[in-house]
Unconditional design. Structure first.
Length: 238
């Protein structure tokens, strides 16, 4: 019989402020260089390398080499889920500059939560899919209706092509900034990937913030009755 999981070891890895910053940066689902993570955490490349090695050993992140460069990403959706859950209970970081204020507004408006859409745009999208009866709440998950499968197919998300596995198909993920649910799991990832393919959204370098393009604003309005300008105005008054 295995002993109980050593959660204190994982907690200690996450608890360091520099490592915590690196992890939340990777929560955007990106694969980043050590130098990029060092910059976001405000530490030297040598210090960043030591932190990253500890997190690789601890199973929180994975590394891969391409030529002379080493890239890092979160190890799994489960790690992302833990980080997002901690964000729910954590106290907000105090904003101390105009730059931080702009970054905070951008994250509240739209961001990636590992591989799915979060923030005001992600929550609004989920709310509309529930309103249209594309989704139905089912415990801690969402169930996709026949109407939803047809609606998603119309924008290029074919439910028959979404792979099955251990990961939930459509999990309810509590959004840390909105305190409401957005859709995660395989469906959340498929929708987000499709939005990228359509050019509806774009991700800023080395950040979780998502930009909704002009085509995206039109597509969200036409297909989901979401007014992006109204959401932006709401975000700017926070």
């Amino acid at each position: 019989m295995d002993a109980a999981p050593n959660i204190s070891e994982v907690a200690a890895l996450i608890a360091d402020p520099s490592r915590g910053t690196m992890l939340t940066t990777l929560l955007g689902g990106q694969t980043l260089l050590a130098s990029e993570l060092a910059r976001t955490a405000g530490v030297t490349p040598q210090t960043a390398s030591a932190h990253l090695a500890k997190m690789v050993d601890g199973g929180l992140i994975l590394s891969e080499s391409h030529g002379r460069n080493r890239y890092f990403r979160l190890a799994s959706p489960e790690v992302a889920h833990v980080l997002e859950a901690l964000s729910i209970v954590a106290k907000p970081t105090k904003v101390r500059s105009l730059r931080q204020s702009k970054q905070t507004r951008a994250l509240h408006f739209a961001r990636t939560c590992y591989d799915h859409l979060a923030g005001e745009v992600g929550v609004a999208l989920t709310s509309k899919m529930l309103e249209f009866e594309w989704l139905m709440s089912e415990g801690k998950n969402f169930a996709i209706t026949d109407r939803g499968a047809d609606g998603l197919l119309a924008i290029g998300v074919d439910m028959r092509r979404i792979p099955t596995g251990r990961r939930a198909l459509a999990r309810q993920c509590l959004d840390w900034s909105e305190r409401r649910y957005h859709v995660a799991g395989l469906l959340g990832a498929a929708i987000t990937n499709r939005f990228f393919e359509l050019g509806w959204i774009g991700q800023k370098a080395s950040t979780r913030a998502i930009e909704v393009t002009k085509a995206g604003a039109q597509g969200l309005s036409k297909n989901f009755d979401i007014r992006v300008d109204a959401l932006k105005s709401q975000s700017e008054t926070m």
